[in-house]
Design a protein around this ligand. Structure first.
Ligand code: KIV
Length: 296
């Protein structure tokens, strides 16, 4: 087991080191981050991969689903995260519409994440029908992460956010999807919202590391949304979400305390205020005294 205590020097995570982790059964960790401060904290805590997920549509921008977020919005966040990340592998999510229209467009958009955003890997959703596109993007020297199972960009086709791969036909399709993406050369494969038994079969079958979210403990690693683990999302949490902190309560308490201090003149104190230099203060007092005397 490799533990990276906070503050100790770490190695740079690469797609090759992820494969080593799979080979050595060293579980891979991944969290989303969407801004500089969070990216720094997540990176410095030793997480292996940071995903600028299109989930930022909901967590950061307040959209109902991931379908509306644009390339420019995603790039804005990728650039901020890039400035905060040193060691983790940085993955940028291709938003809906940026890779479905045509191959040239998809490669151009993927390259923008690398060239303008500093991403090391791009992620896109879909199974075997995306294998050719993935090969073309890899040919353009851009590593690709796959994402199969419950793919949120297909919410309208799936008729909601439903666990996938629950019958034999669907399991067979998921296996075909995983193998096709593995053969296409994906750097890792996100498995979302599928039964753990199916995720275990895929993990044993493919050479690429599998990263689960709602896919059980047999995956090579786990990814969660930062806002979910910190209690910063507003709706009911999915079954697989484990809350590790209550940032919402922390923020609310701090904001209420600030408001109360301002209202009761407890903030700012004299110690929190700037002061004039002694000589200037004496000169100012003299001027004010003269003004008052003249006014009488
Ligand atoms: O957008 C995202 O955050 C994701 C993860 C949930 C895997 O794709």
């Amino acid at each position: 087991m490799s533990l990276t205590p906070i503050g100790e020097p770490r190695h740079k995570v690469t797609i090759a080191s992820l494969r080593d982790q799979k080979l050595h059964h060293e579980l891979i960790t991944c969290l989303t981050a969407y801004d500089y401060a969070t990216a720094r904290l997540v990176d410095e805590a030793g997480v292996d991969m940071i995903l600028v997920g299109d989930s930022l549509a909901q967590t950061m921008l307040g959209y109902d689903n991931t379908l509306s977020v644009t390339m420019d919005e995603m790039l804005h966040h990728v650039k901020a995260v890039r400035r905060g990340v040193k060691n983790a592998l940085l993955i940028a999510d291709m938003p809906y519409g940026s890779y479905q229209v045509d191959t040239k467009d998809a490669i151009r958009n993927a390259a923008r994440f690398v060239k303008e955003g500093g991403a090391e890997v791009i992620k896109l959703e879909g199974g075997e029908r995306r294998a050719d596109l993935i090969r073309r993007i890899i040919d353009a020297e851009i590593p690709v992460a796959g994402h199969i199972g419950l793919t949120p960009q297909s919410v309208n086709v799936m008729g909601g956010y439903k666990v996938q791969g629950k019958n034999l036909g669907a399991i067979e399709q998921l296996m075909r999807d995983a193998v096709a993406l593995d053969r296409a050369g994906v750097a890792c494969l996100v498995l979302e919202g599928i039964p753990r038994e199916v995720a275990a079969m895929i993990t044993a079958e493919v050479g690429t590391p599998t990263i689960g979210i709602g896919a059980g403990p047999e995956c090579d690693g786990q990814v969660l949304v930062f806002h979910d683990i910190m209690g910063l999302t507003f709706g009911p949490a999915a079954k697989f979400v484990r809350r590790y902190g209550d940032a919402a309560a922390l923020i609310t308490n701090a904001v209420q305390a600030f408001r109360a201090d301002v209202r009761s003149q407890q903030y700012p104190s004299d110690e929190e205020s700037y002061h004039l230099p002694k000589e200037t203060k004496a000169a100012l007092d003299t001027v004010l005294m003269r003004k008052r005397a003249m006014a009488r």
